[in-house]
Design a protein around this ligand. Structure first.
Ligand code: ADP
Ligand code: MG
Length: 686
């Protein structure tokens, strides 16, 4: 058996009881033990000669105790132990308060390390309550960096050090270096064995830094290569498509839109149209904050595709959003003679079959769809453009699957309002070109956001009534982790019942949640869009994309249960016209962290800033929804601190992809694929 897979119980000092405790932190094998990196380090400076000590300094000394310890009893509850210690250059006095047992703990004439703050008194040097350690030859004269591990109850730092130290010794030869040697050489990365040893037991500060850099590099590199490998596996190797169209018609189309494009929209449209004319398939991310007007950009790209003689698909993550896009795009495109259809799971089979036929025969030019379009029996005649909206909801594999439905490599455009922090964007979209819509349509005012405790409910209801009287509409959202979350549905239903018979009696209330069937859902949405519902009580099914400009009040129940990115998305449902919009976050925040999160929402309307703060406060694990989406938790990389290393990793990954030695390149990709693909294919960023 692989030595690294042996149980921790094979280590001296680890019996069944300790093994069980280690299991609580996921440490079962020697490999797990080695990968259990220190949470922090205690740094003790190098050993100083007594003659060199300066006043007030913290020092490590290598000394022997001299003569008999002296115990003074001041009064009943106070004892002072003084003991002289010497090195070759001088002597000091160690002083312990109320620790008389120290007198029996150490032996005269035996070398020890002591550590503490040097005080000068009565002409001599004293160290109060020094730490004393046994002398170990190797660390003499060197700074000591002591690992600090996250503990479980019942285990000590010493247990971990013992376990990991032995595990390292035992597995020295059995650990595989996952970094290809060419990468290691070119980026001057430390050896794996060295790094593992020094991440746990650093010889010195520099060794720790080298080791950490190397291990972070390895971790990020493996994930990056795995993502590339997935794309290579599912991507086609065909050539791209050169789109050609009538510029005059395009100009007219843009001129006839119901509004003038913003400067940012114009720029982004320009970038996209330029890509579409090239043979290299477009691979572009359009990032624009909620309400910045991404849909219209998609419409223009689709128009170009159809004029060039190709079919286009726009994928949306929810049926509600797909329907809404369908309605919007129909009014924009149908007038130009473009045949546009909707394909969603909730349709009956007969309709679906008809649409699939039309698609494969090329009768349909543009299809707006949910995941339903990914199914195998959906075929295109000549797919040329794939757009995914709110693309963070689609996994890497899903994007690749749709790309394969084209005869050649279709142009790909992904649109997102979920501002993921730069580091993550680089990992996930490393190979994408990015277009930014960094401007809102003219006249938009920032949404005014308030954080209030639940006790202010009655005032909130009063505010809803007031807004309704003014002719505006309101969203009320109950938390859920996933759309189908039972508890959220229940709380939305209860809130609806309570409000309609009580505080909001007389208003027209609507209820929307994931458990309703698609027909019911779209019926409620339609009523809300047409202004026949004043207050829509819902789960987060309305989170992404929904666009009802007349709604300008968003109330979020238990707001502290949402991620900040999600809150920002929800808030983005309002403020879509030029009237002042409001967002009220109801949360009885107990922890200061929760309060801080709410404060960020109140202060900032900038999605990018919000996501960065969220990442800092929650940590990358939770940010990515590790448990829900299965992204491997980073063992050592810190996505905030390790930006520089990530940049190098991406240079390295790109270099590998371009290697002439395809055998080497493929073996690297294959390895990364085998290690991570099962975890990465379905991840979505949330
Ligand atoms: P998002 O980027 O969140 O997807 P949408 O595409 O839904 O935003 O656009 C938000 C709203 O702004 C829509 O009602 C849309 O019609 C409108 N809109 C988009 N671009 C402009 C513009 N240049 N001028 C005025 N209104 C615009
Ligand atoms: Mg949108």
């Amino acid at each position: 058996m692989d030595i690294v897979k042996e149980s921790v119980q094979t280590i001296k000092g680890i019996g069944p009881k300790k093994a069980r405790l280690l299991g609580k932190v996921g440490v079962y094998t020697l490999q797990d033990a080695i990968d259990y990196f220190p949470r922090d380090y205690e740094i003790h400076p190098g050993v100083t000669d007594i003659v060199d000590i300066r006043k007030g300094e913290f020092v490590s000394l290598s000394v022997k105790f001299q003569g008999r310890p002296q115990v003074l009893r001041k009064h009943k509850n106070m004892s002072i132990l003084r003991w002289t210690a010497k090195d070759d250059t001088g002597s000091i006095v160690c002083v312990w308060f109320n620790q008389p047992y120290r007198a029996n703990q150490y032996k005269v004439g035996v070398p020890y390390y002591i550590y503490g703050k040097a005080e000068f008194s009565y002409g001599g040097i004293q160290i109060h309550n020094p730490l004393v350690k046994e002398y170990v030859r190797e660390i003499h004269n060197q700074c000591q960096i002591i690992p600090v591990y996250s503990l479980v109850e019942g285990l000590t730092q010493k247990d971990f050090k013992n376990l990991i130290g032995q595990a390292l010794n035992r597995t020295e030869k059995g650990i595989e270096d996952e970094l290809p040697s060419i990468v290691r050489e070119r980026f001057k990365l430390a050896d794996k064995g060295y790094s593992l040893y020094n991440i746990h037991f650093p010889k010195h500060q520099q060794a720790l830094e080298w080791s950490r850099r190397r291990l972070v590099f390895e971790e990020l590199f493996s994930i990056q290569m795995a993502l590339y490998a997935i794309k290579e596996k599912f991507g086609t190797d065909n050539q791209g498509l050169i789109f050609q169209w009538d510029n005059k018609k395009m100009d007219k189309f843009i001129k006839d839109l119901p509004f003038a494009l913003t400067g940012a929209q114009k720029r982004v449209v320009g970038e996209i149209l330029e890509d579409l004319r090239k043979e290299t398939p477009m691979n572009r991310l359009v990032y624009g904050d909620v309400g910045s007007g991404k849909t219209i950009v998609a419409a223009i790209a689709l128009y170009a595709a159809v004029m060039a003689g190709y079919q286009g698909v726009l994928m949306a993550p929810t049926e509600i959003l797909a329907r809404q896009h369908y309605e919007t795009l129909k009014t924009l495109l149908e007038g130009c003679g473009i045949h546009i259809s909707l394909l969603i799971g909730g349709m009956d089979n007969k309709t679906k079959d008809q649409i699939k036929d039309n698609l494969s025969q090329g009768v349909v030019d543009v299809i707006i769809a949910t995941h339903a379009v990914l199914q195998e029996d959906v075929q295109f005649n000549n797919l040329g453009l794939v757009i995914t909206d709110e693309q963070h909801r689609f996994g890497v594999r899903q994007r690749a699957t749709i790309a394969q439905k084209g005869n050649n490599d279709p142009h790909m455009l992904v649109m997102s309002a979920t501002p993921i922090p730069r580091t993550l964007a680089l990992i996930f979209y490393g190979d994408l070109d990015i277009s930014l819509i960094d401007e809102l349509p003219p006249g938009r005012k920032p949404v005014k956001t308030y954080h209030v405790p639940a006790s202010m409910r009655n005032r909130i209801y009063g505010f809803i009534r007031k807004q309704t009287m003014l002719g505006y509409q309101t969203y009320m959202v109950c938390p859920s982790i996933e759309e189908s979350d039972k508890i959220a549905v229940q709380s939305a239903v209860e809130l609806y019942d309570e409000l309609s018979s009580g505080p909001l009696k007389g208003l027209r209330l609507g209820l929307l949640h994931g458990k309703m069937n698609p027909v019911e859902k779209s019926c409620v949405m339609k009523k809300f869009e047409e202004g026949d519902i004043d207050v829509l009580i819902s789960t987060t099914v309305i989170e992404v994309g929904v666009n009802v400009a007349n709604a300008n009040l968003m109330i979020i129940e238990n707001a502290d249960r949402f991620g900040l990115g999600q809150l920002h998305q929800l808030r983005g449902r309002v403020g879509r016209s030029n009237s002042q919009a409001y967002c009220i976050l109801i949360a009885d925040t107990k922890s200061s962290k929760a309060k801080e999160r709410m404060d960020i929402m109140v202060r900032s309307n900038n999605g990018f800033e919000i996501s960065q703060k969220d990442l800092e406060l929650r940590g990358p694990g939770e940010f990515l929804g590790v448990r829900q989406h299965g992204l491997p938790e980073f063992k050592i990389a810190n996505l905030i601190r390790d930006m520089d290393i990530l940049k190098e990793v991406q240079t390295a990954a790109q270099w590998i992809l371009e290697l002439r030695d395809t055998g080497l390149k493929n073996s690297i990709l294959e390895k990364a694929y085998n290690k991570f693909s099962h975890k990465l294919e379905e991840i979505t960023l949330n």
